[in-house]
Design a protein around this ligand. Sequence first.
Ligand code: ATP
Ligand code: MG
Length: 555
Amino acid sequence: MSEERSNNFIEDIIEKDIADGKHGGRVHTRFPPEPNGFLHIGHAKSICLNFGLARRFGGKCNLRFDDTNPAKEKADYVASIKEDIKWLGFEWAEEHFASDYFEQLYQYALQLIRDGHAYVDDASAEEIARLKGTPTEPGKESPCRNRSVEENLDLFERMRKGEFREGEKVLRAKIDMASPNMHLRDPLMYRIKFAHHHRTGDNWCIYPMYDFAHGQSDSMEAITHSICTLEFVVHRPLYDWFIEKLNIFPSKQYEFARLNLSYTVMSKRKLLQLVEEKIVDGWDDPRMPTISAFRRRGYTPASIRDFCEKVGVQRRDNMIDVSLLEYCIREDLNKTATRVMAVLDPVKLVISNYPENSFEEMETDNNPEDPSAGTRKVPFGRELYIEREDFMENPPKKFFRLAVGNMVRLKSAYIVKCENFEKDADGNITVIYCSYIPESRSSQDTSGLKVKGTIHWLSAAHAKQAEVRLYDRLFLTENPAGEEADFRELVNPDSLQVIPDAMIEPSLAEAKPGDRFQFMRKGYFCADMDSREGKPVFNRTVTLKDTWAKMAGKG
Ligand code: ATP
Ligand code: MG
């Protein structure tokens, strides 16, 4: 898969580290999600990168739940994260929870206090913020900064025992209140929080901050390359400082640009808002950018891995066009999806010269891209359904589908000629009458006729009903998170169109949730888990062509 492309910058770093014999040439990465929501396509990029590097360099990748913030984390999220990583096709070497390290982290904190590198501060959050200074002005030292080691040890132990209220005391690293890097101005290590944790229950009332937990967790797992997104560049000196002062395994942090996708919001906080405010129908609503939503919509793991590979690994933030993702799934499904006929907006077509109550079976390729997929028989008769849009009463010049006097081929069946039609009182077409050319049967055509249009159809006597859900982009603008308006006001009101009574081939009535098809001329579809006996539901995964590029004049 990746053989032919050139290295990304992280691979260059790792190759050099291996050549230098660093850590004995060992490569150990980790993927560290916080279990406070479902994984999204941005996480998929991080997963493909971390697990991909381990695979490529014969190393290992851990899964570590970064669960140091008790308020927002849940066991349900842990389960969904594991399912998504496995579905993407990756296996972790070790499974860890940062919360399993709470005792060790506490011991590390005691060590830093003993060595004079940390102190308990009584200042309130406001006071700490006020004394912190600004990027251009140095901060001021807290009056508590020079407490004795004994006093700090005593206060910190009592913080742990629950003797103080939330906000009454914090533990801070003693670094440099004048540092040009604000993250080094005596950053917080621990805060008091009387909150129930999804794994440690009520054992702790002090919780480590991200900066004090992450690097030390990496170090405990002997992670060689700790890869994160660019916003952590400014945290790196602190990451290195803790490891150096504790004199523990020297994990190193490397940063790459996070994935941003057009027409999408990607932070878990915003996605949670969409779910809680019922703007979408849950985390796995097929319009969401979560991995579970892509799965439900019909995306394959291979298409998402391919997308992440094509996006590459950058050092600068950028915006990836969502049409690249759509391209990747189209490419994959084109090779694998069975072609079937479904009529989304049916109108009756009657072949006047075809015998009544007589049927034949038309053989059709399951997938013309893949001869090994074989063929299938589709029933054909005098009364059919076709798409309403394939007939026009007053056609423009180059309309090659049905209009009175026009001929078209019915896919895998006969050529028909349109004779006339009927309308109801409101002007809606109710039935189209055609005649067929018996010698024009597909693959044994001796009619000598050439027609420009081919349309799909279903035998009215055999067709079954289905609900079809057509999805469009969830947002109307390219960068919904980056606009002045609240992102919720930019939701596309037409992002979901439900067709309750589409018609499908009889073979499709048996489709199981997750089965993928190409509805000829209509797009790729996937059976949804809402399917019921006799009433399957299909999600449109993606259209056959990039309709948006065309609208924007790009395609
Ligand atoms: P969000 O802001 O969406 O909540 P997060 O960074 O807080 O994301 P985590 O669960 O902490 O989410 O992330 C786990 C890993 O996935 C981290 O290493 C993080 O850097 C990475 N990650 C998160 N979002 C993206 C993204 N859009 N592109 C690439 N990697 C990402
Ligand atoms: Mg986070």
